[in-house]
Every structure is written in structure tokens, then in C-alpha cells.
Design a protein around this ligand. Structure first.
Ligand SMILES: [Zn+2]
Length: 165
């Protein structure tokens, strides 16, 4: 009888009938995999209220010295309405502009956030698993490595001009 593979999380054998999640050479029970992802997320994402990283990114993006008050208002709005941390907003912007390589359109400020934050969240969770596999590789290289996973068909979005807010 062939030996069953072992789950990398609980180290138990994976019986032929169980639901399996394969990541590269590693195999997990589907349930164990969920726990694994949740643990990764908890351990790697440090809740931070540090706005300066986000401000720096926005200033680079729009080539400004100070963040436009309209963008600050958007940040506040998304922070309250969607319960998005400043870090989450930053990760969403990085996803949208660096990973998806979307066009920067100053007139919308960061108005794209409500449309892509969920997709960005999924992306970063997936990347974190890639990160785990390529332990030691810095974030920039990891981002390049996972670029091919980005879906090509972009959802259509109706952006709201920040002047209308
Ligand atoms: Zn398991």
C-alpha cells in the first residue's frame, strides 16, 4: 500500500478521502490550511496606526510635498466607513499601483480604495504564503515573484471625483 502524504500543519497522514490543499510540494488538510493561513496573517501583520508610511507613499505617488487635504479626508472616511487601518490603505494602494500597475490619476485621490481593498487583501494573504515559501527574500522580490498571479480581467469601476465628496 502506498504511503499517504503527511499534512505539514498537523503532521498527521492525509487519508485519500480528505480535502487537500497543495502549496508547492507541501500538502495540508483543507481545514489545517485555513488555520495555517490565519496564523500567518496574525503573526505577520502588525496593527499600526502609523500614518507616516502612508503619507510618504502618497507623496511619492502624486509627487507632492504634503498630502492633499482631500486625500486626508478620503483616508478618514475609509478608515471610519470601511474600518480600514492606515496600513491596510497603504497595502491596497501598493497592490493597485505596484502590482496591478494601474494608471495614477490625481483627480480621484485615493478613491479607488473601496473598489479594490478586498481584492488587495486576498492578494496579500496569498503573497504571504509565497513569502513563507521563499523565506529570506525581501518583499520587493516577492512582489515580483507573485506578479503573474494577478487576474488580468479588471473589474469595471466607477470612480468618484474627490471634488464631489
Ligand atoms: Zn492536518
Amino acid at each position: 500500500m502506498a504511503k499517504n502524504a503527511k499534512c505539514k500543519y498537523c503532521l498527521e497522514e492525509i487519508l485519500p478521502k480528505s480535502k487537500v490543499k497543495k502549496i508547492g510540494q507541501k500538502q495540508y488538510h483543507a481545514e489545517c490550511y485555513k488555520k495555517f493561513v490565519a496564523e500567518q496573517y496574525e503573526s505577520k501583520i502588525k496593527p499600526t496606526d502609523d500614518k507616516s508610511q502612508l503619507y510618504d507613499y502618497i507623496n511619492k505617488l502624486y509627487e507632492t510635498a504634503e498630502v492633499d487635504p482631500k486625500i486626508l479626508a478620503q483616508m478618514d472616511k475609509y478608515n471610519k466607513e470601511y474600518d480600514l487601518s492606515y496600513e491596510r490603505i497603504l497595502l491596497t494602494l501598493i497592490y493597485y499601483y505596484e502590482i496591478r500597475e494601474s494608471e495614477v490619476r490625481k483627480e480621484f485621490g485615493i478613491g479607488i480604495i473601496p473598489y479594490v481593498y478586498k481584492e488587495a487583501g486576498d492578494f496579500w494573504i496569498t503573497s504571504r504564503i509565497a513569502n513563507e515559501r521563499n523565506a529570506g527574500i525581501n518583499t520587493k522580490e516577492t512582489i515580483t515573484a507573485v506578479k503573474c498571479r494577478v487576474p488580468k480581467n479588471r473589474p469595471k469601476v466607477d470612480l468618484i471625483n474627490i471634488d464631489d465628496l
